[in-house]
Design a protein around this ligand. Sequence first.
Ligand code: GTP
Ligand code: SPV
Ligand code: MN
Length: 582
Amino acid sequence: MSTTNQALQDWVTEVAHLTKPARIHWCDGSQEEYQKLVRSSDFMPLNPETHPDCYYHRSDPTDVARTEHLTFICTRNPEEAGPNNYWMDPAEANEKLEALFAGCMRGRTMFVIPYCMGPLGSPLSRYGVEITDSPYVAANMRIMTRMGSGALKYIEEQGQFVKALHSLGDLSPDRRFIMHFPEESTIKSIGSGYGGNALLGKKCHALRLGSWQAREQGWLAEHMLIVGIENPQGETHYVAAAFPSACGKTNLAMLIPPETMPGYKVWTVGDDIAWMRLGEDGRLWAINPEAGYFGVAPGTGPKTNANAVAMLNRNAIFTNVGLTEDNRPWWEGLSDESPKYDWRGTLYNPDKGPAAQPNSRFTVPSKQCPSYSPHSEDLSGVPISAIVFGGRRAKLAPLVYQAKDWNHGVLVGAGMASETTAAATAAVGVVRRDPMAMKPFCGYNYADYWAHWLSFAEKSDKLPKVFHVNWFRQDDNGKFMWPGFGENLRVLEWIVKRCQDQVAAVDTPIGYMPRPEDINTNGLKIAEDSLQTLLSVDTANWLSEMGDIRKYFADFGGRMPQTLLDELAKVIASLESETATA
Ligand code: GTP
Ligand code: SPV
Ligand code: MN
């Protein structure tokens, strides 16, 4: 196969000339092709009785998560990348990559993967072509994107596509680079076969290049889930929520309402990425650019995420989880049984760590989710009523609060912080600033990104209301104070009611908050003083948090939008006046 798009044909020829593959395969996205991919040595079939069409993959033990320190934004001017990104000069980056890609596919098949991010034909969708020498990557791209001939047809009609080149290289972290050239709509990644480092449609295209393009074209590319909340009256309100990696997006996107909230239904549109633009009606409309979930396995069980468990018994890929005696995938939190092998393939020994690698993942088509929203395929997307920011904060951040208006909401997002997780190779559990949950994914200078967010205030008066949540507050014994998971619907209920002006709130310096009695606790086992604590504002500690945010903003110097600094000054003044009157 080949293509009528000359630019694509030339690029494939040029890459083949450089990387010297034994053969080239143009992916058509068919089921037969997928069957061949999963029969490659990258995979092992799982128990065909319990898990038909499910496959198992172990990645290199040094290659189990995104590597942020090896991820670069290569713009001509380093200021464009900003202090939030690692930067490399494009000429220097290309020289390094030329050497690493030279002959790297010798003896291997080069897969050419045309893909579409978003429903085929949506004006919000964007196209790309990933070239890779990894059958694992090709099989995952088939689940995660609209991949194959359909996408190629659009690329040929429209002409525009992102060039995404990937090779496993020698898998050495010393020769691993994930490089982005937003000025050339190009991604080059070598030395990793894992997740966001290798499935280039996901974080590299949909977020890093996506955010760059979104600023140029006036839309938003965000690390957000999209969920529809249908209330007992039958109205559905869509919420888009940004939580950092491994902080609960997949879980919130497919939560099961508690039995004591009859009449509620939850509809999943997306679990990781949202592309949003203003509609003619002034509302913000969102699509999920992905077609599958690449979800965190550990912690996914019948009590926490029964919808996920229900979709994982067929047609799925499992990466770096443990295995039972009879070849079923297993991870901590799935069941009480004990696995036979850990993720490295050695006999499981609980003294030597968990069976499943903490960032082990499942890949599964979105359509298999029992709560899959039929509106996921709508070409215009779904209208967003609320934007929710959230992090993993053992202390300080209340269960929920609402920003006073859009500009304050941008401050709430920009001031986010969260404890780091196993989704990236670095220390875990350290609080770090992660504005809009985009620290690893914003493809340009954060100061310009916040200015872009602020610019929406002038364009519409029907923007979503903005909120902040925290499911991860801990008591003095390190126990989570809020039950989380399905019970989070109680907080979403308050959020949706706020969007409809159906419930009052307390005006505090950090935002509007519910009184404990405003949260539906029918059937919920939670001590009254816990809820009180979860809904209180510690003025002194918030003043110190705001001081940290001010210091963080100072790194962005003169590029910092004054509006955001003014918003910060307002909150600080309000906290100070509370201290003075206390
Ligand atoms: P990425 O795919 O990395 O972007 O992550 P994500 O934001 O989709 O995170 P996910 O929903 O997979 O959750 C990550 C971990 O947090 C899992 O182990 C979950 O079990 C756990 N988790 C999710 N929601 C809650 C919650 O409400 N409370 C508690 N305590 N844990 C949660
Ligand atoms: C994340 O780390 O936010 C993920 C997983 O969603 S990865 O695809 O590896 O980026
Ligand atoms: Mn993510």
